[in-house]
Design a protein around this ligand. Structure first.
Ligand SMILES: Cc1ncc(COP(=O)(O)O)c(C=O)c1O
Length: 431
């Protein structure tokens, strides 16, 4: 619980995970946020309808744009991340697409960390290229590399502060400083840490992206994504951001930054990108995610505690060549994790097996409590051999840069008893 010295009382993180953005339903008194399973909303009259369509008043038109259940989740995420506003999407990848569509024009460039979730590397490097957006993948473990890669066409920097799956932690503050100096937004994918372990906006990030599919929802049931805007970025500076500062023909010449100021990016992402491409989050998935977030603070503590115990066990196992987990003192990222993730370095990490590719396959086929599948951030413990699955489309060089070589297994440590997880892995490794 935090009380501002001279300001209003501020609720603690745990209280906000349960209450932010939600209140009992004013009509029925329903205590849980209802699932507003509706596509559309009745207008008061023609003037009301036209005000809504012209963005001259706020309200609900059609669930591709806004939905009351999704709105609760958006407000909760903005609150937990310390941002100004948020917009949800059907998946984490949809959120990334909406973010870049709102920022870039054909011919623009952005810089992304080499240490990213494999699907993001493919999205940025292959699919975005077809839209005329060029991504320059940079080794961001040395922030000066970013500075050297910035060109007059660079419109953003995209990083995961805690990378999936390599356990790489970046120097967020140093990178935010470089972005600020260049007048370009720093976008942080905070999926792996969640706002419980790290709030990138507090270190200077301008936009935070999430795959809510993972720890935020927390039970492996519902896809989702989110974009949270800090509200602090000046879109009139840097290399220029015409999508934010020039009149939009689709809204009678409205200029999003001038009209909506510190939540202009969210408005544009919703009113243009979400409206025209359509990857809206379903109200049921929003409901499941709201419910998941209510226990985020409690779950994350247990995820972290279990991850530490399992990682320490694996580090001393004969079949294991290395463990890459920023929560271990042996990790080169331990100090950065202490600084940016003081409550714990998450619960997803990689290990390398002395037996290489074949040993990896054998292990995933012999676990019982762990599930062999392509997800992270579930209450259930998960295991994956990235080289043969998620990172398959990447080149050898990209896979190694992303921490997913042939010998590598990715573990997402769940909420079971740590002793059982250790026993399960020991059995599978000795099989
Ligand atoms: C760090 C990270 N970002 C983004 C994504 C993409 O999210 P989604 O699968 O919800 O589209 C993932 C998925 O694994 C991820 O791990």
């Amino acid at each position: 619980m935090a009380k501002k010295p001279n300001g209003p009382y501020e609720y603690g993180f745990g209280t906000r995970t349960i209450h932010a953005g939600a209140s009992p339903d004013p009509v029925t008194g329903a205590r849980a946020t209802p699932i507003y399973q509706t596509t559309s909303y009745v207008f008061d009259d023609v003037d009301h309808a036209s005000d809504l369509f012209n963005l001259q008043t706020f309200g609900f038109i059609y669930s591709r744009l806004t939905n009351p259940t999704v709105s609760v989740l958006e407000e909760r995420l903005a609150n937990l991340e310390g941002g100004r506003a948020a917009v949800c999407a059907a998946s984490g990848h949809a959120a990334q697409f909406l973010t870049f569509f709102t920022l870039l024009e054909p011919g623009d460039e952005f810089i992304a960390s080499k240490n990213l979730y494999g699907g993001s590397i493919t999205q940025f490097g292959v699919s975005f290229k077809r839209l005329g957006w060029h991504c320059d993948f940079v080794d961001c473990t040395t922030p000066d590399n970013i500075k050297a890669a910035i060109t007059p066409k660079t419109k953003a920097i995209f990083i995961e502060v805690l990378a999936n799956p390599g356990g790489v932690v970046l120097d967020l503050e140093a990178i935010a400083f470089i972005a600020d100096d260049a007048g370009i937004p720093l976008i942080v994918d905070n999926t792996m840490a969640t706002p419980y372990l790290c709030r990138p906006i507090e270190y200077g990030a301008d936009i935070v992206c999430h795959s809510t599919t993972k720890f935020l929802q927390g039970h492996g049931t519902s896809m989702g994504g989110a974009i949270i805007e800090s509200g602090k970025f000046d879109w009139t500076g840097g290399p220029g951001f015409p999508t934010m500062t020039e009149p939009d023909p689709a809204y009678h010449g409205l200029t999003f930054f001038e009209t909506f100021g510190d939540f202009g990016f969210t408005m544009k992402a919703r009113a243009v990108a979400l409206r025209d491409f359509g990857p809206a989050m379903s109200p049921t998935n929003a409901f499941n995610t709201i419910t998941g977030i209510e226990s985020l603070h409690v779950r994350m503590d247990r995820h972290v505690e279990n991850a530490k115990r399992v990682a320490a066990f694996l580090e001393s196992h004969d079949a294991v060549a290395w463990v890459s987990f920023a929560g271990l003192k042996s990790s080169p990222y331990y100090d950065l994790a202490q600084r940016y993730l003081p409550k714990g370095a998450g619960a997803v990490f990689t290990i390398g097996l002395k037996g290489g590719f074949d040993a990896g396959v054998k292990c995933v086929e012999n676990v019982n409590v762990f599930s062999h599948l392509a997800n992270i951030g579930d209450a259930k413990s998960l295991i994956l051999h990235p080289a043969s699955t998620t990172h398959r489309q990447l080149t050898d060089e990209q896979r190694i840069a992303a921490g997913a070589g042939d010998d590598t297994l990715r573990l997402s440590i769940g909420l079971e008893d740590a002793d059982d997880l250790i026993h399960d892995l020991d059995m599978a490794l000795n099989a």
